[in-house]
Design a protein around this ligand. Structure first.
Ligand code: GRF
Length: 192
């Protein structure tokens, strides 16, 4: 069985990227072969350097025009994994990687998704809604924000006195527990 290569796209701290990298260390199923960021001061850059993973800092105009597809192909990318990546994925890249780009969203889609629904905005909207639970959604990426087919969801309760910070912590725990496993399930060869 040939090893599968993933490219992780992240714009921020990269705690999900770190968990994914840790999960796939010392095994022969998946290799994290590229880290991509749009943010030259993102924490994920230190992670890529520390882990000796090639890093690509991308620029908006070129991303929109050619999607850096050559770079992704050069690293034999089988799956693009968005982990806190804030730019919209251009149609050219979606067409080049059909059903091979996934995202994690820190709420229970289809609620609380769409343009500007990222970071604290999501959690604020969830708390303002009065909902009694939130969670995470892992989904395929299509040309609309937070819209593609849902692969996996996990939930957590919203408790009395819940704050944005406490909810972020709960969501991060769910993300760290489940995202690596879901990626593994997608890439693991199916037994007949
Ligand atoms: C995660 O909550 C992810 O769902 C959201 O951005 C956050 C990224 O966190 N889209 P990190 O950079 O992986 O720590």
């Amino acid at each position: 069985m040939s090893i599968k290569h993933i490219a992780i796209f992240a714009s921020g701290a990269g705690s999900n990227a770190q968990k994914i990298i840790d999960h796939f260390k010392d095994q022969q199923l998946v290799k994290v072969s590229l880290v991509v960021t749009n943010n030259p001061s993102a924490g994920v850059i230190n992670i890529a350097n520390k882990e000796n993973i090639p890093l690509l800092v991308i620029e908006k105009k070129r991303f929109t025009e050619d999607g850096y597809i050559d770079e992704l192909n050069k690293h034999d990318t089988d799956l693009v994994v968005l982990a806190g990546f804030l730019w919209k994925i251009p149609p050219i890249l979606i067409r080049a990687y059909p059903n091979r780009i996934i995202n994690i969203h820190p709420a229970l889609l289809p609620k609380f998704g769409g343009k500007n629904m990222y970071g604290q905005n999501v959690h604020r909207a969830v708390l303002d809604s009065g909902d009694k639970e939130s969670g995470i959604t892992i989904h395929y990426v299509d040309e609309l924000y937070d819209h593609g087919k849902i692969i996996f969801q996990a939930k957590c309760p919203i408790e009395e006195g819940e704050t944005i910070e406490s909810l972020i912590n709960k969501i991060h725990l769910l993300e760290h527990r489940h995202y690596p496993e879901v990626i593994e399930n997608i890439l693991r060869p199916q037994t007949p």
